[in-house]
Design a protein around this ligand. Structure first.
Ligand SMILES: Nc1nc2c(c(=O)[nH]1)N[C@H]1C(S)=C(S)[C@@H](COP(=O)(O)O)O[C@H]1N2
Ligand SMILES: [Mo]
Length: 517
């Protein structure tokens, strides 16, 4: 009867898993970062977890939800590997069966990702082969610790040999793990170095044929804590399903406008830049934005009017939906009529005077005033397919979200927030309100159960952007609740009825509790 500690097995298992993932990251430098098993499996998870869990992750981790998913997956995998390694001490086949299962899952995930070629299987396969070799080396091969016989009392020499063997094993195992982690990070680093940031730095955007209107002097009240009227690119919220940011080289980029059209169009980046560009301020908002949330931002976009391109393609009767498709296979559906009704729906290449940042859709994305991002704002767009709502459901629709997503009128209090040492006397209450493409007509503030008081609206470039508002409060000592509501230019006041973000955007009044005194 022989016995090796299950702890050794667990370490060997973790080392094998680390080697697999580390090597796979390096292979994925060549086969594409989305074929790395961690990213591929993470991608499948993102596409298939229940909406409530995803919402929970966004609430918990905010814009770091993707990092959290990758780290979480790695930890889970490490635990599984430890268990399988421990079993492997008793039943060697269990270890190799475990590696086989992981390889199968990794290969299946990588091959079923949108646009995956057969080479996408390589990172998981080569990783699994290396894991098998590592496991063999550490469990039965030359690095395996000596077996301890239970029945015979070991001699001093035998004990010393066993000890030396264990040290060798520990050193070997830890070295494998450290090497694998280094390999993994090197792979990731190389992948990002191969990113399109150099191509982006070389882009020279044309001057707009129709520049954006000047931002009126009074649009930005410049109060501490109040969101600035124009959101800088590096502060702009980012929401998408991409675990690794798609790297689309503008020289390879083409856009196909096809489907139910009389004339299919194909545009290169150069074709696009050669067209007369317009520049417009548009406030983008996410349907997942909770009441009072900050998944909203206002930027100056440079692009080609989509109406012109669609007019050239000549949509056929009944083609009431334009499906935008991104380089990584995400889709969204926009009413054709909205894109053609004369609003500034853009195929955008620039954001606040710079080429689109890579994480905001470089080289080309869609921006449509008045619609939530999930039904309009395709980043890394490569296709616009004319179809109908009856014939096609875009990415979020089967996941419980509405096919139609006009932005709801909303308002937010930015200052004061929380119980931040307010003194009795004059206090400026301020925030933002939005009703894209309808425009904000009025904002009102209520203190406790008092009368609704009209706030002062700052100026705005157009009805397609948010607007700042402010209200002078004569604050009295005590605990108070401040509430805000907006009315759009059709005369409709936002509803006080709270609704969840699913299926078509949150409603209800934003309120903040403050203590004065
Ligand atoms: N390719 C792609 N485009 C996408 C998404 C996505 O997941 N993939 N998400 C959309 C959603 S839900 C929103 S709110 C906006 C956010 O754009 P931003 O990240 O530039 O703020 O992008 C839209 N475009
Ligand atoms: Mo969104």
């Amino acid at each position: 009867m022989t016995r090796k500690s299950w702890k050794f097995g667990a370490l060997a298992g973790v080392a094998a898993a680390a080697v697999a993932l580390g090597l796979a990251e390096v292979v994925a430098v060549v086969t594409g970062s989305r074929s790395a098993p961690l990213v591929a499996v993470g991608g499948v998870v993102v596409d298939h977890v229940p909406e409530s869990l995803k919402q929970f992750a966004i609430t918990l981790f905010g814009v770091h939800d993707k990092t959290a998913l990758l780290v979480g997956t790695a930890i889970l995998l490490g635990l599984f590997a430890a268990v399988i390694g421990a079993l492997c001490v008793r039943w060697l086949w269990a270890g190799f069966a475990g590696i086989g299962v992981f390889a199968a899952v990794g290969v299946a995930a990588a091959l079923t990702r949108p646009d995956a070629g057969p080479a996408a299987a390589l990172p998981a396969l080569l990783g699994a082969a290396a894991a098998g070799a590592t496991l063999w080396l550490l469990v039965v091969g030359p690095l395996a610790p000596a077996e301890v016989t239970e029945l015979v009392a070991p001699s001093v020499q035998e004990e010393e040999e066993a000890l030396a063997g264990r040290r060798r094993f520990l050193r070997g195992g830890l070295l494998f793990i450290a090497g694998a982690v280094a390999l993994g990070f090197a792979g990731r680093w190389l992948s990002t170095r191969r990113s399109v940031s150099t191509a982006r730095a070389e882009v020279r955007l044309p001057a707009p044929a129709t520049p954006a209107p000047e931002v009126p002097a009074g649009a930005d009240l410049r109060l501490a804590d109040l969101a600035s009227y124009v959101t800088p690119n590096d502060a702009f919220y980012r929401i998408d399903t991409a675990l690794v940011v798609p790297q689309v080289d503008p020289t390879d980029w083409t856009l196909r406008i096809h489907g139910r059209v009389r004339k299919e169009l194909r545009l290169t980046y150069a074709d696009l830049l050669a067209r007369p560009m317009v520049e417009r301020y548009v406030t983008l908002a996410c349907v997942s934005n909770e009441v009072g949330g900050d998944l909203i931002g206002n930027a100056r976009w440079l692009g080609v009017p989509l109406k012109q391109l669609l007019d050239e393609a000549q949509p056929l009767d009944g083609a009431d939906q334009v499906v935008g498709r991104s380089a990584d296979g995400w889709t969204c559906g926009t009413p054709t009529a909205v894109m053609r009704d004369g609003r500034d729906a853009l195929l955008a290449v620039g954001m606040n005077g710079a080429p689109l940042p890579i994480e905001h859709g470089f080289p080309v994305r869609v921006v449509v005033p008045g619609l939530y991002g999930y039904v309009s704002a395709t980043k890394w767009v490569v296709e616009l397919e004319l179809t109908s709502f009856a014939d096609y459901d875009a990415y979020w629709v089967p996941r419980g979200w509405s096919a139609q997503g006009p932005i709801k009128t909303q308002s937010r209090i930015d200052t004061p927030r929380g119980r931040n040492g307010l003194r009795p006397g004059p206090v400026t209450v301020a925030g933002v309100a939005w009703a894209q493409h309808r425009g904000v007509a009025k904002v009102e503030v209520q203190v406790d159960e008092g009368l609704w008081q009209e706030a002062r609206l700052a100026s705005a470039v157009s009805d397609d952007t948010w607007v700042q508002w402010s209200w002078n409060w004569e604050a009295t000592a005590g605990d108070h609740e401040l509430r805000v509501r907006a009315t759009d230019k059709t005369g409709a006041t936002q509803t006080s009825q709270p609704a969840d973000v699913v299926p078509d955007g949150a409603t209800g009044y934003h309120s903040v509790a403050v203590t004065v005194g």
